[in-house]
Ligand binder design. Structure first.
Ligand code: SME
Length: 167
């Protein structure tokens, strides 16, 4: 079992379900994409003790990400698509679950305390990448398939709801 406050997968899944319901209620009727990202970062960050950095990188130019709303210590401001775990998620449009950042050669060490991370792309139904959701933990192997499923579901909802947002 990874270093988290969960004694079982069911506990983690339940926390995700509660958090998703809260986010859904908070975003009800909200059309502003920045407001949505800020709310999601805040809710996720405070719901899980193992989420030590929680936030978004937005697509701002051809193959370039810039930091968006986040919670935690300062994050790198710009990440090109060819760098970092975030870049890998942006390039591949697929979730990157990295249990040990030391063996992920591309990892960008914004914080030397980060041990594991998960990055999930936010893609519109038409296939356009809006942003990536990046969660970093100071604990090794902190994220599991429950986190992946929940964050992918959340990002799919965001991609559909905020598809109208321009870069
Ligand atoms: N670890 C990320 C960089 C972003 S931050 O750590 C906030 C990466 O390798 O993409």
């Amino acid at each position: 079992m990874a270093h988290t406050d969960f004694s079982s997968t069911a506990d983690r899944a339940e926390r995700h379900a509660e958090t998703a319901a809260r986010i859904e209620a908070l975003l009800d009727g909200e059309t502003d994409w920045i407001a949505a990202m800020a709310t999601v970062a805040c809710e996720l960050h405070h719901a899980f003790d193992h989420y030590h950095w929680t936030g978004f990188y937005r697509v701002v130019a051809e193959r370039e990400l810039a930091i968006g709303p986040y919670q935690g210590g300062h994050g790198c401001l710009r990440i090109p698509f060819d760098r970092g775990v975030c870049g890998a998620a942006a390039r591949s449009l697929s979730t990157q679950l990295v249990p040990d950042v030391d063996v992920f050669p591309e990892h960008i060490a914004c914080s030397s305390s980060t041990r594991s991370e998960i990055v999930v792309p936010v893609v519109t139904p038409g296939g356009r990448l809006l942003a990536v959701l990046d969660v970093d933990s100071d604990y090794p192997a902190a994220f599991d398939e429950t986190d992946r499923r929940a964050l992918e579901s959340l990002c799919a909802t965001l991609g559909a709801r905020y598809a109208h947002e321009a870069r």
